[in-house]
Design a protein around this ligand. Structure first.
Ligand SMILES: NC(=O)c1ccc[n+]([C@@H]2O[C@H](COP(=O)([O-])OP(=O)(O)OC[C@H]3O[C@@H](n4cnc5c(N)ncnc54)[C@H](OP(=O)(O)O)[C@@H]3O)[C@@H](O)[C@H]2O)c1
Length: 335
């Protein structure tokens, strides 16, 4: 059995694809023959020791996947050998197989491919939770999505459109703008691929305001932070909610708090991982709704690339090079 191994925190290129012993399950565990595992931004951070959680070394990155159960422990009641399942885990998915507690593994929908099942729970789960529970999205809302063509950004566009809102997406390039338009974004603002200086930030705010038909956004979904946060916040409307999702552009931004006062606006934190642990029933309900929306064709997760699992290193580097649109999925054997 082969897996990607991080032996010490450092550059992504230090990861190795190595043979290890096959897994034997404990009584409550199952062994999953992994068919597909999705790439997520934390994979890029965690191997460099830059993520908020640092696993003991050595470890295998990768936190969501799908496959077929190949072995079960003596006390497993929820699954049987041959079941098609998806799973979430803090680490371990960039491998040919993985051992998991039976409660962390879920039956896949019959009509879903391994690629889709492996790749949409984290991105779509985060964006649904952010927009619905944290943002109180209504169909009359106008939503600005920053980093609109990335994993969570595109999911936010897809879900907000499915729920009837008007969406403006902001991205770095024309090519990424096209992806957002294909997913239903009503309008686009380009911010280029460099950091914004003070004057450019003012222009960015003006461009954003010009794209809002209400003169200010009800909801701003921000997975990028850095120099994009403050000029975006300045385009928020009265009573708006600013969803803090992540800091893909680098720095954690600081906002002058008078801006919240002037707009009667809120800054709302979103942490999907902790939400799933503390509010499992609400999360289960969210995933059920998302599954139904996939089945009904109301949302359609984008898998922009599939890459062999053994090439995970070049795949993880795509994140740092801003090269991911929608989801990139690592595969062991194509279906
Ligand atoms: N709060 C939560 O619960 C939660 C859950 C999942 C993810 N996240 C966070 O959300 C962020 C996005 O995650 P993701 O999986 O959607 O990542 P992704 O697919 O790689 O997308 C990141 C987007 O950020 C933009 N970006 C701007 N500056 C960048 C830079 N210097 N390097 C890389 N990308 C840059 C890119 O679009 P442009 O080129 O158009 O700018 C890209 O589309 C990450 O910070 C992640 O940790 C948070």
């Amino acid at each position: 059995m082969k897996k990607i191994i991080c032996k010490e925190f450092g550059p992504v290129d230090n990861l190795v694809w190595e043979d290890t012993e096959d897994h034997e399950p404990l009584p409550n565990e199952v062994v999953v023959d992994i068919k597909a595992a999705a790439l997520n931004f934390p994979d890029y951070l965690i191997v460099q020791g830059l993520y908020q959680f640092q696993p003991p070394l050595p470890f295998t990155p990768g936190n969501e996947g799908a496959g077929i159960i190949k072995k079960i422990g003596s006390e497993v009641t929820k699954h049987k050998v041959g079941d098609r399942v998806s799973f979430m885990s803090a680490i371990g998915a960039f491998a040919e197989e993985m051992v998991l507690d039976q409660n962390l593994v879920f039956k896949m929908q019959d009509d879903m491919s391994f690629e889709v099942a492996s790749s949409y729970q984290l991105a779509y789960g985060t964006s649904y939770h952010a927009l619905v529970q944290r943002g109180n999205l209504s169909k009359d809302d106008e939503v600005l999505v920053l980093g609109g063509s990335g994993g969570v950004g595109l999911a936010a566009i897809d879900i907000a459109k499915a729920l009837g809102a008007r969406v403006v997406a902001a991205v770095s390039s024309q090519e990424k703008a096209q992806i957002c338009s294909d997913y239903g974004a009503d309008d686009i603002v380009l911010y280029g691929s460099s950091k914004l200086e003070k004057e450019q930030q003012k222009t960015f705010t003006s461009e954003l305001k010009a794209k809002s038909i209400k003169g200010g956004f009800d909801l701003i979904y921000d997975p990028i932070g850095d120099c994009f946060a403050e000029p975006s916040f300045r385009s928020i409307g009265w009573g708006g909610r600013y969803l803090v999702i992540g800091f893909a552009a680098g720095e954690i931004p600081k906002l002058p708090l008078n801006l919240t006062l002037l707009k009667g606006a809120s800054i709302v934190g979103v942490f999907w991982g902790t939400f799933t642990a503390l509010e499992p029933e609400t999360n289960k309900n969210n995933i059920k709704k998302l599954n139904q929306m996939v089945t009904d064709g109301k949302i359609k997760p984008l898998i922009s690339q599939t890459i062999p699992m053994k090439d995970a290193i070049s795949a993880i580097n795509l994140i740092g090079n801003r090269g991911v649109t929608g989801k990139v999925v690592l595969v062991n054997n194509e279906e």
